[in-house]
Design a binder for this molecule. Structure first.
Ligand code: SAH
Length: 243
């Protein structure tokens, strides 16, 4: 009788062990297949949405092919991560359309020695793209929940990204001056502290205009005492808010 119970127990346990390994294997296969699908999507995104529209800066293209954009969007949005549009990331905010991220990256002409400030961390995706190219990225987010989520994802992948929860209007004085500043929320005017924290010869890209209306993406360039601004294209960004 005791032997029978033992045999049944052994059979049951071995069945569960087999089932466990089978399910783990199936799970791993599904995950593997998923990451492959995303890799192809990412390459397609770069050729059809970004190169096709004239972006040619090599390290920008390479960064856009590398950063797993699906890890920066909420889980329920993952299947749309490589679509040609912005996506909601919660708290009324959005992750920018891939082309806009590439455009804003190319225009500052980033290089491996640069220190870049970003205002509006949001999902962390633009910061990740910059971190692939430049030496150090400093990024500021005003919504603490978004900033903290992005910080977790970014710190897992990079050691050259620094996230701060604050009002980005004042920049990040301790790490200034910056080779470039990327502002990803639309301001009514260009914040003077950001111009002050730009290096001589530095570039800032910033959407300027009223909230929820069409704004102008502006390029600000600092040369000595002179600062020039140029309108690049009409855009629609979430508003630059103040504490
Ligand atoms: N770069 C982001 C885009 C996020 S949308 C990405 O790749 O996902 C713009 C972000 O700017 C929002 O998360 C918003 O909360 C933030 N923001 C708005 N005003 C801000 C301010 N004054 N300082 C810092 N962040 C601000």
């Amino acid at each position: 009788m005791k032997n029978d119970v033992n045999t049944i127990l052994i059979k049951l346990v071995s069945r569960y062990v087999c089932l466990f390994f089978l399910l783990s294997f199936a799970g791993m296969t599904v995950l593997q297949a998923q990451s492959d699908i995303f890799e192809r999507d990412r390459h397609d995104m770069v050729s059809s949405q970004i190169q096709a529209r004239g972006i040619s800066h090599r390290s920008t293209l390479q960064a856009m092919r590398t950063v797993p954009r699906h890890l920066y969007v909420p889980f329920g949005q993952r299947r749309f991560a490589y679509y040609d549009r912005p996506l909601p990331i919660g708290f009324g905010q959005t992750i920018s359309q891939p082309y806009i991220v590439a455009y804003m990256t190319e225009i500052i002409n980033p290089s491996s020695s640069h220190r870049v400030l970003e205002i509006g961390t949001g999902s962390g995706y633009q910061a990740a793209v910059l971190a692939e190219i430049v030496d150090q990225v400093y990024t500021i987010e005003i919504v603490s929940e978004l900033g903290n989520t992005a910080k977790t994802v970014l710190e897992d992948q990079y050691d050259n990204v620094h996230v701060k929860i604050a009002d980005g209007y004042y920049g990040w004085e301790e790490h200034a001056p910056f080779d470039a500043i990327v502002v990803t929320a639309a301001a009514e005017y260009i914040p003077p502290p950001l111009v002050d924290q730009l290096k001589d010869g530095g570039k800032m890209i910033i959407p300027v205009g009223s909230p929820f209306q069409v704004q102008q993406l502006m390029l600000v360039e600092k040369r000595g005492e002179r600062t020039t601004t140029r309108s690049l294209m009409p855009v629609r960004f979430v508003p630059f808010t103040r504490e």
